[in-house]
Design a binder for this molecule. Structure first.
Ligand code: PLP
Length: 410
């Protein structure tokens, strides 16, 4: 292949892409040898013209479907109008988007960035500054939970209480302590005059789709209130309707002081959002924080159109209803293969399937052969994060494929 330009990307040569990737791209991912060139709704097409049913959606990103017409039109219009303007000026879309997102989330103010890690960095900075101001210079410690995942920057990888993500990058920033999910006694004992916040994902996605029990979230909220500290919910993966509600924390009726969003917020345009209420919403002052690209018109147009699509097509109800059907069908499978399936868990269209033995990667390979995209977490868990537009029939197709694979293995 001679030259790949921005407008001949459908005529890619598979082998060239793979060899250039090996040569020119840092090897941070163990990638499948597939080059995707096109998407529509819940389907992706590879460079060889094969169609795949996408039950991963870019890891919870393309919630309203690939190339959703509403989002595509908004991006095209905005690209032809104004892509970027410095945050030293207003643009016409950022404040309306902040209004919409804070209303949907029960928050008061938003700050825009480009990723989930950045949204969490912002939450950490707010908590630390708030702590110093409210309780004194030593109040800068944030408690997070074993099994969590909050991002790959140095602060967020330190918040991520999993040594495998941290070890190569020591020394890590100070100011983080880790607690076991569900252990209120331990959490209570960790809170001190140094603690400014407790940070948690309502479902721990990266450690195997582990929903946090509602009573534990309530107990954290009560303890934060009692101790006068902030509760931060990382809804980067769980937010934007994936669980059937706009935020997963809304299912348990808990309102944090700070909420972070990213992944699904702009259906694939890079965006992270940190939202806060109360004093936390007014903690950052001019000069404290910033982002060149955050909240630029192009990403905001995509996000506004994404939210419109979710509303217009009632996709949160679809996520709840189809997710319920999906989990029911997977539980049926569990009953017919109790020796192979240990657990089915999740909320809405964030679903984990745990096997009794380390076969997740084999099942994933079998699904890929059947042109179905999912994700394996470790050796025993398959994670499903389809677009919120999927149908019960799509779910049945996936369950049937898993059934066929398991039957061929047993
Ligand atoms: C809960 C959670 N927080 C933060 C992040 C980091 O987001 P990003 O990769 O956009 O920085 C992720 C990514 O998987 C996540 O799942």
């Amino acid at each position: 292949m001679s030259a790949i330009t921005s407008n001949n990307r459908e005529s890619v040569d598979f082998q060239t892409i793979l060899s250039w990737d090996k040569k020119y791209v840092m090897g941070t991912y163990g990638r499948q040898p597939i080059v995707f060139v096109r998407g529509e709704g819940q389907y992706l097409w590879d460079s060889e013209g094969e169609r795949y049913l996408d039950f991963l959606a870019g890891i919870a990103v393309c919630g309203v479907g690939h190339c959703n017409p509403r989002v595509t039109e908004a991006i095209q219009d905005q690209a032809a109008t104004l892509c970027h303007v410095s945050n030293l000026f207003h643009n016409a879309l950022q404040a309306p988007l902040a209004k919409k997102l804070t209303e949907l989330s029960g928050m008061e103010k938003a700050f825009f960035q480009n990723s989930g890690a950045e949204a969490n960095e912002c939450a950490i900075k707010i908590a630390r500054k708030w702590g110093k101001h409210a309780k004194g210079g030593e109040c800068n410690e944030i408690i997070t939970f074993y099994g969590s995942f909050h991002g790959r920057t140095l602060a967020t990888v330190t918040a991520t209480a999993q040594p495998k993500y941290q070890e190569p990058f020591a020394p890590l920033p100070a100011g983080f302590r880790y607690c076991h999910v569900g252990d209120m006694k331990e959490l209570d004992g960790m809170i001190s005059e140094r603690t400014c916040a407790v940070m948690i994902e309502p479902i721990q996605g990266e450690s195997g789709v582990m929903p946090i029990p509602a009573d534990f979230l309530h107990a954290i909220r009560a303890l934060c209130d009692e101790s006068g500290i902030l509760m931060i919910c990382d809804e980067v993966q769980t937010g934007i309707g994936r669980t059937g509600r706009f935020l997963a924390s809304q299912i348990s009726g808990v309102t944090p002081d700070i909420v972070t969003l990213a992944k699904g917020v702009a259906n694939g345009a890079p965006m992270g959002v940190c939202m806060a209420k109360g004093d936390a919403a007014n903690t950052l002052a001019p000069g404290d924080h910033g982002s060149t690209f955050g909240g630029q018109p192009l990403a905001c147009a995509a996000a506004l159109a994404t939210l419109e699509a979710i509303e217009a097509d009632d996709l949160m109800s679809n996520a709840a209803e189809v997710g319920y059907h999906f989990q029911g069908a997977l539980n049926g499978l569990r009953q017919s293969h109790p020796e192979m399936i240990a657990d089915v868990r999740g909320m809405g269209l964030m679903v984990g399937l745990e096997f009794t033995s380390p076969i997740a990667k084999d099942v994933l390979a079998g699904l890929l052969k059947r042109r179905i995209i999912v994700n394996a977490i470790g050796d025993t868990v398959l994670r499903f994060l389809p677009p919120l537009i999927v149908t019960k029939e799509n779910c049945d197709q996936v369950v049937q494929a898993v059934e066929d694979i398991l039957s061929s293995m047993s």
